[in-house]
Design a protein around this ligand. Structure first.
Ligand SMILES: Cc1cc2nc3c(=O)[nH]c(=O)nc-3n(C[C@H](O)[C@H](O)[C@H](O)COP(=O)(O)OP(=O)(O)OC[C@H]3O[C@@H](n4cnc5c(N)ncnc54)[C@H](O)[C@@H]3O)c2cc1C
Length: 436
């Protein structure tokens, strides 16, 4: 049968056989809850609801794995905001920042527990993650940060100087010092996502593929979600479209999110000699300390995954330039691998908000409409846990005030939303300058 999926060209798509496609919504249906978007957030919410016997469907514009959940770097790691830990403390106090860190760690642990419980082999590796300073002058800042994290959060991080980096297999051009954090692991995100979708189906949730929601409107005491060939009437709706949300579905979302592209290259498998030539043999997931960061890891099959920011526009020349720039950065950071081909290259969209924090909760003034999105580029763990939490809000087992404060703030609208791409271009220039 011909593959009807809109493929991203990712290594993950090639690494696992696709599941049988989910049927399209044709005609009308009633559910207690309808979720828009079949990524980690939407599927986690649906799984939790189905488990509790709630009738739930997931409406997905394309197929499971079409969004960022099927396109990411597979770092199951801390994150979810663009605020630094110091900014979090300033905004939410030390206790607020501690709660938020505990939530992030719980998200990581939850993914690990799920994989184990479901018997999903997701090629996991890496114990914790390392940030590599790209400037010698950052050495003192890293040491101070490690001491701060230990003092305020009890985090047992580790500083690696240049000789330790070399000894432990972190060989690259322009890595001066490392800060290893003991949280997180790497995985094949598609293996995890397919496992999650399976759980939704097994527990009685319905997933509809090729069923883009084109309108969300009040219909008596219910919501009506329109798709091309039908509609769903439902008491509650969860918006989980993240960076793939349609700008006016529903109208509330207009101007409140900033979709941002990120791109990934994956090389062919390398030989031990090639790895030794570069001096990179560690399987720890890594990123550099730039604001416009690069993230990378050596995978169990000895391919190297290298990700970085995308561009501004999605047309063909712009995408070509984006991949060329990413490959140029890879060649600069790992010069011994200049000749090692990228066998896969793709991109996807993450979701930023004006507050620089995610939102998990009821949309103000829209009874029964909930949102769970805005993971700022780190959603493997954060979206998974938050999907469960938004289901808990609907079922009454979680109260809004139980969530860490940074998740409670509904998205504000960007001023002059049509200028968002311009803001992004400005931010890239400014951050590029700061990264020098
Ligand atoms: C290249 C890249 C690398 C990344 N690397 C990492 C990483 O290593 N670690 C990490 O933690 N995070 C990473 N992320 C971020 C992470 O992948 C996302 O935060 C996470 O997958 C978001 O999950 P989600 O369920 O919220 O949304 P998504 O997975 O994006 O799913 C949203 C879904 O909603 C659907 N949808 C939207 N609107 C509609 C509509 N109107 N009707 C029907 N369906 C709709 C879309 O088709 C899509 O499938 C990366 C992202 C990208 C793009």
């Amino acid at each position: 049968m011909q593959d009807q999926r809109r493929l991203a060209g990712s290594y993950w798509e090639a690494s696992r056989p696709p599941p049988r496609p989910d049927r399209q919504l044709i005609g009308n249906a009633q559910f207690d809850v309808a979720v828009i978007g079949a990524g980690f957030a939407g599927l986690s919410a649906a799984m939790k609801l189905a488990e509790a016997g709630v009738s739930v469907c997931v409406l997905e514009a394309e197929h499971v794995g079409y969004g960022a959940s099927g396109r990411n770097g597979g770092f199951c790691c801390l994150g979810g905001t663009k605020l630094s830990v110091h900014q979090l403390i300033q905004r939410y106090g030390l206790d607020g920042a501690r709660n938020f860190l505990a939530y992030q760690v719980a998200g990581i642990n939850q993914v690990a527990q799920r994989l184990k419980a479901w018997g999903v082999d997701a090629d996991c590796h890496s114990q914790g993650e390392i940030t590599l300073a790209h400037r010698p002058r950052d050495f003192d800042a890293f040491k101070a940060e490690a001491a701060f994290l230990k003092d305020k959060f009890g985090v047992k991080s580790r500083i690696l100087d240049k000789s330790a980096l070399t000894a432990e297999g972190y060989g690259g051009s322009g890595f001066y010092v490392g800060l290893h954090m003991p949280y997180g692991f790497a995985l094949n995100p598609m293996a995890y996502l397919y496992g999650l979708a399976d759980q939704v189906r097994k527990k009685g949730g319905r997933i509809f593929g090729k069923s883009a929601v084109t309108g969300v409107a009040r219909d008596g005491d219910r919501w009506r979600l329109d798709t091309e060939h039908g509609f769903v009437r439902t008491k509650r709706v969860i918006l989980a479209g993240n960076g793939y949300s349609k700008e006016t579905v529903p109208k509330w979302i207009h101007g409140r999110t900033l979709p941002v592209m990120s791109s990934i290259h994956v090389t062919r498998p390398m030989t031990d000699e090639e790895l030794a030539a570069q001096g990179w043999t560690s399987d720890t997931m890594a990123s550099d300390s730039r604001i416009l960061l690069h993230y990378f890891r050596l995978m169990p099959d000895k391919r190297f995954l290298f990700g970085t920011r995308g561009g501004i526009f999605e047309n063909e020349p712009a995408l070509k330039a984006m991949h060329k720039r990413a490959r140029h950065d890879f060649n600069t950071m790992f010069p011994a691998w200049k000749g090692v081909e990228s066998e896969y290259q793709w991109y996807g969209k993450v979701c930023l908000s004006r507050n620089l924090t995610p939102f998990v909760g009821q949309v103000p003034g829209m009874d029964g409409l909930y949102a769970a999105m805005g993971w700022h580029g780190s959603g493997v763990a954060m979206a998974s846990l938050s999907g469960e939490k938004v289901a808990g809000l609907i079922m009454g087992s979680v109260r809004q005030e139980d969530l860490p404060e940074p998740l409670q703030q509904p998205f504000k609208r960007f001023p002059f939303p049509s200028l968002r791409k311009l803001y992004l271009q400005g931010a890239y220039w400014w951050y590029g300058y700061q990264d020098m």
